[in-house]
Design a binder for this molecule. Structure first.
Ligand code: ZN
Ligand code: ZN
Length: 197
């Protein structure tokens, strides 16, 4: 679900990455782009073999994931970039996407998929990155080192104050009654992912 107004974004077809979300107006750093909503499913029962790319499944709790409604446009359409202009913030167990910096009109909104380092199951790996940024590693997988640092960072800030939700499988995750106004960029994110500026 988008939390920016409809006239701030549009769906457009990209050259190499399928559909993407593009800014129609300038979006200020810290603005919440949306909440990753969808059906609550049991991660252990999810059939990854039937999922062509497996990139829509979002972590919810240790046993549950969120699967978005692919028939509707939503923030699940943000493409991966090695130098994304949006980032994720976990708030009351919901995954919010927010603008990491000021985004200009016509820019594509991008996020890092933060995939774990390439394992044996990822063979052949389909997670090739075509973001064309100067930080492009050619893959959506993080290096072992970056992944470790990211997990540590997440563990330290995640859900600290939130009560664990009551998980109801096969129901849609309802939106929150309220959202933070702005999400400040954490310098750790910048130093972890953009060490060269
Ligand atoms: Zn892969
Ligand atoms: Zn890339």
């Amino acid at each position: 679900m988008f939390l920016i107004k409809d006239d701030f974004w549009q769906v457009k077809r990209t050259k190499e990455k399928g559909l993407g979300i593009f800014a129609k107006k300038g979006i200020e750093a810290g603005t919440i782009i949306g909440d990753y909503l969808g059906k609550v499913i049991e991660t252990a029962r999810y059939d990854f073999n039937n999922d062509k790319d497996g990139l829509y499944l979002m972590y919810y709790t240790d046993e549950a994931s969120i699967y978005p409604n692919l028939k509707k446009p939503g923030i699940h359409l943000l493409n991966h970039s090695c130098a994304p202009n949006c980032w994720i913030y976990t708030y009351q167990y919901h995954t919010l996407f927010f603008a990491l910096r000021n985004i200009k009109p016509t820019e594509e909104l991008t996020i890092s998929y933060l995939l774990s380092p390439k394992g044996k199951s990822c063979n052949p790996c389909k997670h090739i990155c075509k973001c064309n940024s100067k930080f492009c590693t050619g893959t959506m997988h993080l290096s072992k080192d970056k992944y470790k640092k990211w997990q540590k960072f997440q563990d330290n800030q995640n859900n600290k104050k939130a009560a664990k939700p009551q998980v109801i499988f096969n129901k849609n995750l309802p939106k929150l009654t309220s959202y933070p106004k702005i999400i400040p960029t954490n310098p750790t994110i910048i130093s972890l992912f953009f060490p060269h500026g």
